[in-house]
Design a protein around this ligand. Structure first.
Ligand code: MV4
Length: 458
């Protein structure tokens, strides 16, 4: 195992990774920007290094600064968390060149899944179902029109270098296509420096369901079941749970086994997530693979009892997986609520600022537990430069109904004063009958009347 690990991230995930390191007896180096100099999570680190100014490009995204900090502190490995450098293949390659272990998959696997068409081809070859559409980049608007005619409207144009919903264009009939094609091409070029597009049949009313896999360096892969992530707005997930209310045990075992086999098929190593869209008719289609730890990993940890960060560290250190698929047990139901420094009643406008009080959530219901993963404390000023996620409430209980009842108690007891947060929205959601029934898709929150639309110009 590593002696010293550098954590190249901030906020709740930096605190989360530090906790796993501490429990394994690993020394930690926390890096931070000037905006995070007095951040509450830094107190848990063995040592801290300032990377640079507040701007992420000059701190958390600055590969040179992070590598220099790792060399200067003699860190044997870097945990990238999520976002920032976590899916940067060039950074993973540079770590290796410096003799530092990148805690994640190798650069080739990151690159392969970063190319969304390459990812679809890889999955199709491993008999994972993919959404009908093109498997090569579109050559022209005319090419797109031919394909759209073949698969049938509506269709969705996606950027091959995209992901997470960036640069997508829906098209309902042939008269939209030429304009959508040129707009999407420009947008992809601008956002990713890569104009290539592909096309898929648009599946309305789908649910976002993703599978967690863990793969060691010797070809062993297990899946840890799924997470239901359909409660989102503008491609920002707000609530995630496991198991999905929409999957049967048989579907879980079938798709999970395929996901694990697919990861093994291209030599994937470390933790990864395969995202699926579940169509209205119940069929599941692969969308993309995330080659990192996800924000919502705790719900999987709570139902399986497996610490994903410790597993990542062990795998990166070259240890073989200490579990087999038939040893993975799924117990009860877990649900996570993202606490963002945002005003849900003003189009989720970010609301950074001084936190004056924090009372962590509690539950008293028999058989229910709550976990609070956070990166805030009273007196801390949430900076405006980064993502607005400040904490996560994760509740576990024997059944979904019990977990929702415990979540009401937990979110009712949680206090974050001084800034607006998503807590009131979560409490409203917990009173919504369709949510309680598990009857929702990715468009549910926008249609629900629980949230106001974004204010123009706000
Ligand atoms: C789709 C789709 C419908 N049909 N693809 C959005 C994020 C990116 N991973 C893919 N996304 C979608 N792809 C086809 N062919 C609907 C979405 C989608 C979505 C997916 C997951 C979670 C939230 C979403 C919100 C809107 C649209």
């Amino acid at each position: 195992m590593f002696q010293r690990v550098l954590i190249a991230n901030r906020g709740e995930i930096a605190a989360r990774v530090m906790r796993a390191c501490r429990e394994l007896g690993i020394d930690t180096i926390a890096v931070h920007s000037e905006a995070d100099t007095n951040a509450p999570w830094l107190t848990g680190a063995g040592r801290t290094v300032c990377l640079g100014p507040a701007s992420a490009a000059r701190s958390y995204l600055d590969a040179d600064a992070v590598l220099q900090a790792a060399e200067q502190t003699e860190a044997g490995a870097i945990h990238p968390g999520y976002g920032f450098l976590s899916e940067n293949a060039a950074f993973a390659a540079r770590c290796a060149q410096h003799g530092i272990t990148f805690i994640g998959p190798g650069p080739q696997a990151i690159r392969r899944m970063g190319d969304k068409l390459g990812a679809k081809r890889t999955m199709a070859a491993a008999s994972v179902p993919i959404i009908p559409g093109s498997l090569e980049p579109l050559g022209s608007a005319a090419h797109a029109a031919d394909l759209a005619h073949e698969v049938g409207y509506p269709v969705l144009l996606k950027a091959t270098a995209g992901g997470g919903g960036k640069g997508m264009r829906r098209c309902d009939d042939p008269s939209d296509l030429a304009r959508a094609f040129s707009e999407a091409t420009l947008e992809a070029e601008k956002a990713f420096g890569n104009a290539a597009l592909y096309l898929e049949k648009y599946l309305d009313g789908g649910r976002h369901i993703e599978f967690q896999v863990l793969a060691d360096a010797y070809g062993a892969v297990v899946h840890l079941g799924e997470r239901e992530c359909s409660i989102q707005r503008s491609h920002q997930k707000l609530v995630e749970e496991s198991p999905s209310p929409a999957l049967t045990g048989a579907a879980r075992h079938d798709l999970g086994a395929r996901a694990a086999k697919a990861a093994a098929s291209f030599g994937y190593v470390n933790a990864g997530t395969l995202e699926f869209l579940r169509a209205h008719d119940g069929s599941m289609y692969f969308m993309e693979m995330n080659t990192r730890l996800q924000v919502e990993h705790p719900v999987t940890e709570m139902v399986t009892g497996i610490d994903l960060v410790k597993a990542q560290l062990a795998i990166a250190a070259g240890e073989p997986l200490a579990l087999r698929q038939d040893g993975v047990e799924f117990n009860g139901h877990a649900i996570e609520f993202r606490i963002n420094a945002e005003d849900p009643d003003r189009g989720f406008r970010p609301d950074p600022g001084l936190v004056t009080a924090v009372v962590p959530p509690t539950v008293s219901r028999h058989g229910a537990t709550v976990r609070w993963d956070a990166g805030i404390a009273p007196g801390w000023r949430v900076p405006s430069h980064y993502d607005s996620l400040i904490g996560k409430v994760i509740v576990h209980a024997a059944t979904r109904a019990e977990a929702l009842a415990a979540a009401k108690e937990a979110l009712g007891s949680l206090t974050v004063s001084g800034i607006k947060t998503t807590i009131p929205l979560h409490l409203r959601l917990l009173d919504d009958p369709a949510f309680a029934r598990g009857d929702f898709d990715v468009g549910y929150l926008a249609r629900s009347g629980l949230v106001t639309q974004a204010v123009a110009g706000a």
